[in-house]
Design a protein around this ligand. Structure first.
Ligand code: ATP
Length: 324
């Protein structure tokens, strides 16, 4: 391996820049060249490359987003698109590719390996933490801290007005953000895709809270339908059934993707960047680098895509016990 190309793809996540920096610096350390690819697979197809030296990545470890930009590329989903991308890499003398992203990004990378026998290693970068083969994805910790900070602020206003807040957080099909931020912010109830508590249980928790004289209640909800309802439908349903509740719905949205990466995400990204380069130097391809029990673990990209990261049952119990 003499030259590695690097791209960030799919939804951006805080800490992606720290991963970019780490890959570039590891390349410098091992005396191999690194080429940055702009706008994910889109830039791979268009040949939007720039040679990156260690200095190109100065002062980015603390920046949110990704200096390489990200994109969703429909063309990369076609064989023709991937053939163009492959030709660009070969023409540029690139021997291997590091992709930072989520499931979709890894699916594209896997196809690339299968079709062209081109070495690819994945780094999990998404705030959702929904990737099998790693305890944490890059960006998740920062997003959690952002969500908790915002819920703390909402709690101030909820408490002053005796309000019930339904707060929608990101996570796609995974409840990691909602469950952990729910525990961390002291929410009354957490609605996640992994566990359908049912409307009865939700109503019971809210009633219990009122009976005990709680002045405000917060329910954290993962995006998408929960108990068969969107967050707004849930708010309407409870409002109609319990007119005495003063209900507000708040959708946190894209702020969860932004901001300065936490130290945890920076360290994680730095570790995974080095691990990815070292994998390729060891001629290992088709894997994602992750961290399990604080050790670097390699997982086949096919497994990382197919299997789900399971929600921690103990956390579900803690959420239930501490919101009593
Ligand atoms: P996030 O979870 O943060 O959204 P992601 O990597 O899952 O990240 P996607 O938009 O699903 O985000 O995928 C990123 C890119 O990977 C797509 O725009 C596309 O170019 C490529 N990709 C996704 N699925 C496939 C596929 N089935 N075949 C080829 N390429 C794919």
């Amino acid at each position: 391996i003499k030259k590695i190309a690097l791209l960030t793809s799919g939804g951006d996540a805080p800490g992606m820049n720290a991963a970019v920096r780490s890959v570039v610096r590891a390349c410098t350390y091992y005396r191999i060249e690194c080429v940055g690819v702009y706008r994910g697979y889109e830039g791979l197809i268009e040949g939007d490359f720039e040679a990156l030296s260690g200095r190109h990545v100065s002062n980015i470890i603390n920046k949110g987003g990704t200096i390489l930009k990200s994109a969703r590329s429909m063309e990369f989903k076609t064989v023709e698109g991937r053939a163009k991308a492959h030709k660009n890499l070969v023409d540029a003398g690139v021997n291997a590719l590091v992709v930072v992203g989520g499931d979709g990004t890894f699916t594209g990378g896997l196809k690339f390996i299968q079709e062209f026998n081109f070495p690819v290693v994945g780094i999990p970068g998404t705030i959702d933490n929904d990737i099998y083969g790693t305890d944490y994805t890059i960006g998740y910790d920062t997003a959690l801290n952002t969500v908790v900070e915002v819920i703390d602020k909402i709690r101030d206003t909820a408490g002053s007005h005796n309000r019930l807040f339904f707060i929608e957080v990101m996570g796609r099909d995974a409840g990691f953000i909602a469950l952990n931020a729910g525990i961390g912010s002291g929410a009354e109830e957490v609605l996640i895709p992994e566990k359908d508590i049912g409307l009865d249980k939700l109503e019971e928790s809210l009633k219990n809270g009122r009976d005990k004289g709680k002045t405000s209640s917060i329910v954290v909800v993962t995006e998408g339908k929960k108990i068969g309802k969107s967050v707004f439908e849930l708010g309407d349903y409870i409002k109609e059934k319990y007119p005495a509740y003063d209900i507000r719905v708040s959708v946190l949205g894209h702020m969860q993707r932004g901001g300065t990466p936490s130290c945890f995400d920076r360290v994680l990204a730095s570790r995974l960047g080095v691990a990815a380069v070292e994998c390729l130097l060891d001629r290992v391809s088709g894997v994602m680098v992750g961290v399990i029990n604080n050790e670097i673990v390699l997982t086949g990209l096919n497994k990382a895509i197919k299997l789900n990261n399971e929600i921690d049952k103990e956390l579900l119990r803690v959420a239930e016990i501490t919101s009593v």
